[in-house]
Each structure stands twice: as C-alpha cells, then as structure tokens.
Design a protein around this ligand. Structure first.
Ligand code: ADP
Ligand code: MG
Length: 719
C-alpha cells in the first residue's frame, strides 16, 4: 500500500479523497487532514460530539436580549465592506425581516458569505441576540438557506445542529456543510458488516442508518441508539480480532506441557513459611491447568501490592523447573528485579534450583557466565530487567516467562516479550515445522487493579486471574484526609511514631517538568521536613535527578533504619518492602490518581504494626475531596480503579498513552461497559460457529476486520 490515496484507483465513493468533494479543495483538505479526515469515508465517520438544540423560530418582535434564538426571514439588504482574500478584514452587513420586525445581521471576516447571500433569499438564522441602532442584531449567526417555494409550515420546526470537532480555520458549521453535501451519496455506499440476524436480535439499526442519524438526527433521542450501534460494532470488531488472533496463535504455537504431580506440589509448598491464601490457591489452580497444556498460557495475574503475587509466580516457576524447563522473570526496573531476586533467594535457600540475576548492572564477566549457562540449560531461573530481552540471551528450553508490571513496558517491548520464545534455541531448528512455533507459557503480573472493561481491551489477549485477598495478619492501612486545620496535629502524630522507632515516607509530587527545578524543590522540602516538621529525625532524600546507585544507596539506608524518614519526589518504586515503615504522608494528594495513591499506600502496612496514610491537600474542590474520600473508605483496589476510570479515563489510569491502548471513535469504556460484555460474548459465539469467519454471511465482517486490523494482527496478514 505504498501509493497515495490520490493515485489509487477509486473503488468506492467512500475512498474518494475529501479534496475532490465540492466546496473542499486543497486548502480545506489540509485542514480536514488535521482532524484525521482524508477520505469521504473518514469524513462521514467524523461524528458530532454534541448537538445544539436551536428550538423553533421566534418572531423578531419578541426576541430577548442576550439569549440565543432562531429567526426565519427574508433578506432585504446586503452590504459588503472591506477587501478581498482571507487576510483582509471585512464586514458583511444585512437586514432581514419576518413581517413582525427587522433584524440586523453582521458577518465579520467571512468572505465566503459574500457570494452566497442575496436579496430575496429566505434564511434561518441562529445566534445570540444583541442590539444595534435599536434593532435586534446577530453577529456571525449560523445560517441555513430555505426553499422560498416550500410550505412555510415546514420551516417552523426546531433544529438539532450537529457540533463537530473543528480547527481554528475550519469551523464546525463549515464541516457540517461539507458533510451534508456528501452524506446522501456516501450513505448508499456503506456496507453493512454485521450479519442481519445479529442486528435484529440486538435491536441495532443498520450502520448506514446509524451514521445518517448521527449527522442528521431528527431528535436527540435517536442519536443514542445510533451511537450504541456504532459503539457495539467497534467493540465487537475488536473482540473478534482478539478472539481470532488467539485462536490463530493457539493453533500454531506449541508450549511445553508442564504437568503438576502431587509430589511436586508438596515440595513447592514446603518452600513457603506460610500456607497460601484461598485466593492464591485459586489462581494457582488456574495457572497449573494452563501449564499442563501444550497451548501456551497467556494469563494476567492481578492483585494489590502485598497480595502475594510473587509467591504465585514462584510457584509457577518451580512447576516449570520441576519439568526440566527454564523460567525467566522480568521486572521493569533494576531495583525491582533485585528485590524479586532477593525474595526468591529467601524462599529457595538450600534448594537445587540454579538461578541468576541479570540486569544492566551485572558485570561483564558475570553476564558472560550467565549467558553461557542459560544457553546451555544450566540456569533454571533467570531474573532480570529488559536486559533479558536482548538478542544475545538464549535459553536452552524456556518454559515460562513471568513479567511483572507489564504496563510499565512499552508496546514495542511487549511485542518482543511475546517473541521471546522464538529466540529459544529450538526456534532456529530446521526440523521445526514452519507453521508451528515453540513458545513459552506467559504470565503477566500487575499490581494496578484493572477494571474488567479495560483488561478486556488493553490485555484482551490474556486470561485474567485475580488475587482479591491479602495474606492473614496484614493490617489494612488507615487512610485520612488532612487539611490545613488538622496539619499540625498530623505531623505530631508522625513524630510520635518515629519516636517509637517506626519509619515514614513523605511523598511530594513532581512539581516541575524540569529536573533542576524539581531538584531544588526536593532540597527545599527536605530542609523543611528536617528542620520544621520533624525536627530531630534522620531524613533522607530520593529525587528524580539521582542516578540508580545513589537511589539504591538511600533506599538501603532507609531499609536498614539508618534513616527515619524518606522524602521522595519521585514515586517510590513499586515493590519496595520495608515492614518497619508504617507512615505514608502524601503531599498535594489531589494531584494524583486514586490508583496511584492506592499503590503508594501499599508501601506501608507491610509489617505487624498498624499503618497510616495521610493524604495532605488544602484548597481542594468538592470533587477532589469526594475522590480522595473513596480511598479513606475502601482498601479494595478494584473499586478504586473503577472510580478512577470513571473520573479520569483509561489513559490516566494506566499512566501513559504508550502501551497500545486502543482508540475508539464512538465507544466509551466507562459508559459502554455492558455493551462491551455483550460484544465479547457475541464475538465468542461467532467464532465458535465459524472459527475462521469463512461463511458467506460473514464475509462483510471479515472484510471490515481486514480493513481495520490489517497491519495489527497476524491472522489478517496470512489469510
Ligand atoms: P506482591 O508481589 O503481590 O506484592 P508478595 O508475593 O511480594 O506480594 O507478598 C508480599 C508479602 O506477603 C511477602 O513478604 C510475602 O512473603 C508475604 N506473603 C505472601 N503470601 C503469603 C501468605 N499466604 N501468608 C503470609 N504471608 C504471605
Ligand atoms: Mg511484588
């Protein structure tokens, strides 16, 4: 597809470049391009984001000042002042009358109106009413030309005017006119991708009808079924793509079968100085069932910080090793990788499992040794960072990949992660059937509870297991909102705790984008804490400007209790584990998302003593207060995530935009949650009935999938 849309033969009116629509031309085509509109097909999918209800026309003699109104009248005078061209300031003045009075209309800098407005025309105008020389006045009103020969009764209805996302040089009204121009013809070219039976069962209007209704609704009520129809289609197509892709790769990919015996299970459990929680046992059963199959596991394991995911991952790793295959555990940062490794060392002390840690800091010699051992199958369990993804890392027989905090990895890395099994030495084997590939099982862990609607889209290709229970004896963190009035008291409480030998985190949000300002703010804050708020305590500082060694040194001091207080301007690494830290103070808490705060408070409450989290915020609006109150009321990460999704949207919830979050034109993951579940079930049913969508009635659906996902998913590239 290297040819530009212009020299490609035109198959459908929908493929026609907008430039060739009458009234567009190269200049406007460029403006439309800024809105992502290249073709007529794009244009009619540039949907209004709201409607202006203009109401029925009013008599000119009853107009009220400063209120928007619709009037219908005959143009009696038109006068043009000013120059030509876009740059020159100009004014077009007109008067219109409707038999009850006269109104003045002015268009500023609207040269296109000059040719279009003439004496004797009947026009409908909508705008805010002002006065000029004792007459009602409208400036730059919306205008619509009416047929003077038509029955005037037909004019006297209200109008729902679509409002489009526009640009500085292309107004919504101009876009509306362009859309209006092409709509009737374009709609006839729209193909229906959904099987008629499905539309009927679900009570959905046809696509062409829905698109027409969104641009030209006769009532506000009819826009909702139209929107739902298009949202459903988007969601269904996405779920179908995910479903077909999974089937396709499941059919091709072979993973080693890793069965569990009673003996192995017992041996693994002996490694843990506690018995597993019911939730841990439940997800382990799900994982074990996956591992025993030759189809690669693709599972997301979610649970709050401290819910015991690492233990579950280690269980899976040990099942893998017991079956004489290797396991790789990936963490997003060096600190986390080291911490995982240290934890695992603790559980595996004295075991025969051969393990290694590979990060960017591993010495060259050690690295060489690890790589050789891994390739030779002499390492069973390799923990590390992205360093594990480098080409030089080869596994003799990789059975399981565990990825911690997956959404912290970028999209590109995610693709590499999936391909990691291909680097496994068997992949290069010429005996391997070219249509099947060897892949490891794949387990992703995240401590950000992800609402189901999101995990179904962002991680739609994964099965989900949730740990919804904390290990016994864990104290829920008591969370309080602190405002200016209660602040002094709050610091007193912190001081008392420190005097009793406990430790505290104090987190400041990154104030400035610039590192140097951040450093300054951090230094100032630290001085403030050490001298004014918590005098006489040992305060350490962690900020974004430090390099990894410096950060680690500070965290080590804190963990060893050589510091009482850790002031941090960067979000403290997920997974830092200092059980003696029982106080978390978050400054300017209103600037964080709820899920981020929930994660932050997961840093405390890890020991036996009750912990507190103080959310400091002054000058807070009611909404912000209500939001933060959610945290005081619950420790349920899923509820918090749902609330975050509702209030801040998916991009915010997951932190960045870079992890391949699907973009929808119409669907909204908050409002359309139910629709998404229905679409998912319908997609599953379609694939069950027609696994490759080869039946004739599914051809339009297949064609649409191909159009939308051609570049994204493998099953579409092949056949
Ligand atoms: P996560 O990875 O979900 O944050 P971890 O697996 O690191 O959680 O577990 C957090 C802490 O809880 C660790 O100190 C771990 O030893 C402990 N832990 C995990 N599972 C249990 C359990 N079933 N009973 C008691 N303690 C547990
Ligand atoms: Mg963890």
């Amino acid at each position: 597809m290297s040819s530009s849309p212009i020299d490609r033969p035109i198959q459908s009116p929908l493929d026609k470049p907008v430039q060739f629509v009458s009234g567009v031309g190269p200049y406007r085509a460029r403006l439309l391009g800024e809105l992502g509109v290249q073709t007529v097909g794009d244009l009619i999918q540039h949907f209004p984001f709201r409607y202006e209800d203009q109401g029925p026309p009013q008599r000119i003699d009853t107009l009220r000042l400063d209120e928007p109104a619709t009037i219908i009248g005959v143009v009696d005078q038109v006068r043009w002042q000013g120059g030509f061209g876009r740059q020159v300031k100009s004014t077009l003045r007109a008067t219109i009358s409707d038999g009850t009075g006269r109104a003045r209309i002015t268009w500023f800098n609207a040269p296109h109106m000059r040719q279009r407005l003439e004496r004797g025309q009947v026009v409908r105008l909508y705008g805010k009413i002002g006065v000029e020389n004792d007459l009602a006045h409208m400036a730059n009103p919306r205008i619509e030309w009416l047929d003077p020969k038509a029955d005037p009764a037909s004019w006297h209805f209200g109008r729902l005017v679509p409002v489009y996302r526009a640009t500085a040089n292309l107004t919504s009204a101009q876009i509306a006119r362009i859309v209006d121009h092409v709509l009737d013809e374009a709609v006839t070219a729209i193909e229906e991708p959904l099987p008629a039976e499905l539309c009927r069962q679900r009570g959905l209007p046809p696509r062409a009808e829905a698109i027409r209704m969104l641009h030209r609704p006769t009532s506000l009520e009819e826009t909702e079924p139209a929107r739902r129809r298009l949202a459903y289609e988007e969601l269904l197509l996405m779920q179908l793509a995910i479903s077909l892709q999974r089937r396709w790769s499941a059919a091709r990919a072979r993973a080693p079968e890793l069965p569990l015996t009673e003996k192995i299970d017992q041996r693994i459990r002996l490694r843990f100085p506690f018995s597993l929680t019911a939730a841990q046992n439940r997800v382990i059963r799900q994982i074990v069932a996956d591992l025993a199959r030759s189809r690669p596991m693709a599972r997301l394991l979610q649970g709050d910080v401290g819910s015991g995911k690492t233990v579950v991952a280690l269980y899976a790793a040990l099942v893998t090793v017991a079956n004489r295959h290797q396991c790789a555990i990936l963490a997003p940062t060096e600190v986390l990788a080291s911490q995982h490794y240290a934890n695992i060392e603790k559980y595996l002390a004295g075991s025969r499992v051969r393990r290694g840690l590979l990060t960017g800091r591993t010495t060259k010699a050690e690295r060489q040794r690890l790589l050789a051992a891994t390739a030779a199958g002499e390492i069973d369990l390799l923990v590390g960072t992205q360093a594990l993804l480098e080409r030089t890392v080869r596994f003799a027989s990789l059975g399981l990949v565990v990825v911690d905090e997956q959404h912290k990895f970028g999209v590109a890395q995610r693709a590499t992660l999936k391909g990691i099994g291909l680097k496994n030495s068997e992949a290069g084997d010429s005996v391997t059937d070219s249509r099947t590939s060897r892949e490891p099982h794949y387990l992703v862990m995240t401590a950000t509870p992800i609402p189901r609607t999101l995990s179904m889209t962002v991680f739609g290709d994964l099965d989900v297991s949730s740990i919804d229970e904390l290990p016994p004896g864990r104290q829920p963190v008591l969370t309080r909102l602190v405002d200016a009035r209660s602040e002094a008291q709050a610091w007193l409480a912190v001081r008392r705790r420190i005097a009793e030998g406990e430790q505290a985190y104090i987190v400041y949000p990154l104030v400035e984008e610039s590192d140097s300002l951040d450093l300054k703010a951090a230094t100032v804050e630290m001085g403030h804490v050490a001298h004014d708020l918590l005098p006489g305590t040992r305060v350490g500082l962690l900020h974004g400007r430090m390099n990894k060694q410096e950060k680690q040194a500070v965290m080590k001091s804190f963990a060893a209790h050589r510091l009482d207080v850790l002031v941090s301007t960067t979000v403290i690494e997920v997974g830092i584990d200092v059980p003696n830290a029982t106080v978390m103070v978050v400054q300017h808490a209103e600037r964080y998302g709820l899920s981020a705060l929930h994660q932050l408070r997961g840093r405390v409450g890890r020991g036996h003593k009750p912990s507190i989290c103080l959310l400091m915020a002054d000058r807070m609006g009611d909404l912000a207060r209500k939001r933060l109150k959610v945290l005081c009321g619950t420790n349920d990460g899923f509820r918090i995530a749902e609330e975050d999704l509702r209030l801040r949207g998916p991009g915010e919830l997951l932190g960045t935009r870079q992890h391949g979050f699907p973009e929808f034109r119409v669907a909204n993951l908050v409002e359309d949650a139910e629709l998404l579940l229905r679409a998912r079930d319908d997609a599953a049913e379609l694939v069950r009935q027609d696994p490759r969508l080869t039946r004739p009635i599914h051809q339009p659906l297949r064609a649409e999938l191909r159009r939308r996902f051609r570049d994204k998913v493998a099953f579409m590239q092949v056949g």
